[in-house]
Design a protein around this ligand. Sequence first.
Ligand SMILES: Nc1ncnc2c1ncn2[C@@H]1O[C@H](COP(=O)(O)OP(=O)(O)OP(=O)(O)O)[C@@H](O)[C@H]1O
Ligand SMILES: [Mg+2]
Length: 314
Amino acid sequence: MTKTYAGGYRALKGIDLEIRRGEIFALLGPNGAGKTTLISIVCGIVNPSEGRVLADGHDIVRDYRAARSAIGLVPQELHTDAFETVHDTVRFSRGLYGKPPNPAYLEKILRELSLWDKRGEKIMALSGGMKRRVLIAKALSHEPSILFLDEPTAGVDVELRREMWAMVSRLRDSGVTIILTTHYIDEAEEMADRVGVINQGEIVLVEDKRVLMRKLGKKQLSLQLQAPLDAVPQALASDALTLSDDGNELVYTFDAQAEDTGIAALLKRLAEHGIEFKDLNTSQSSLEEIFVNLVKSPQAEKKPAPGAAQEVRA
Ligand SMILES: Nc1ncnc2c1ncn2[C@@H]1O[C@H](COP(=O)(O)OP(=O)(O)OP(=O)(O)O)[C@@H](O)[C@H]1O
Ligand SMILES: [Mg+2]
């Protein structure tokens, strides 16, 4: 699928992506990468320039009614009917899909989103985080089997984020397929089964989260020294070995997948130089580091787009 906006901007350049039934798929990418464009096409809000999309087997253009009733969308932008009450707006959304009323179901989702006590309030009287939850309730109102969450937890407080993560997990357990975009890497790390990274309109990576973290992750070995060093001895100097400012810790970075990590040789040479340590630990790089490395790759730097990737690099 491609998307060229009026004016000629190519927001999506040949996207080929398959989402598995029942998974949580996290789409990561810097501002302007094309995440919302991609979601908007699947949801029928933006027309694709080329290509086609099937949602639950239904072509989103030819068979749009069936496709759309399978899909729920929590949009990135907050826009709600200010004068409606929480309960009415959610009930109305369900009605738009021609579903018969189901007060018990609506009560369940309002309770899960901690909105039940607010059900009689006008939406304009809610805080930003509550409005976002109303959007989630609306998206779930017609019992979709595919749920898109475009930055679901932007502006949501820490405790509620955790609750929302739990709710998304429960939805997945009940069989709903979830595609979410986020700028919080820990959110993807916590929730996703698979992660896709999009940069400048191209999918640059799709991978099982665990495989991704194993495959791309670097490991670090930290050694707490018995006595501080002024500098790394000349004979041991390498990019992989760094000394902390206070001289008390040596950090060795290595490829966790490598046949020979170099640890044995390093420890031997430290001993030869009389460098003793009192403690050591290893740590593996996070999804965040992997992501930042991906979107600032030389390939991405060759074709800069205005506004793209800046925020993540900063
Ligand atoms: N209606 C439009 N007309 C023209 N260009 C658009 C339109 N909507 C989006 N774009 C451009 O398409 C690119 C992708 O935008 P999109 O909103 O899909 O990014 P995003 O990945 O969702 O970013 P963010 O993380 O900031 O939400 C951007 O360069 C944007 O300026
Ligand atoms: Mg967006």
